[in-house]
Write a protein that binds this ligand. Structure first.
Ligand SMILES: [Cu+2]
Length: 128
């Protein structure tokens, strides 16, 4: 009876120490890493001004980082899907005049871009 009691005590102690070790770590990890993802898609553009414009368009709540590469035309975005949808990212970029894979910029917005940024008139080669 005494032995059984000791085993139970040790067992309970073991479980509680394990939970002390593991639970706080779990809690630390889930909010910071769990709900953040990085995606990349093609965005039309030409110069450094385009780069600034595209990246600034994504300076919104839910987006942690946005980087557009002038050569590859690829935009890389780190964002929280719980706060902003992927389509919304496309809409924001198209909203400042740059076509994406999913959303095309409105002509009125596109026409107001500086001349050096007009990617639709053969400035940028298309490899489609
Ligand atoms: Cu430009």
């Amino acid at each position: 009876m005494k032995t059984l009691f000791s085993i139970i005590i040790i067992f309970v102690f073991a479980i509680s120490s394990f939970s002390f070790i593991f639970l706080p770590k779990d809690r630390q990890h889930s909010p910071s890493f769990g709900d953040e993802i990085t995606t990349s898609f093609k965005v039309s553009g030409v110069c450094g001004m385009c780069k600034d414009r595209i990246e600034e368009a994504l300076y919104v709540t839910g987006v942690k980082a946005a980087t557009w590469d002038r050569k590859s035309k690829m935009l890389s975005v780190t964002y929280k899907p719980k706060k902003i949808s992927e389509l919304k990212l496309h809409e924001l970029v198209a909203g400042v005049g740059h076509d994406t894979e999913k959303v095309k910029a409105k002509n009125e917005v596109y026409k107001n871009l500086p001349d050096c940024c007009l990617y639709r008139d053969g400035v940028q080669e298309h490899h489609d």
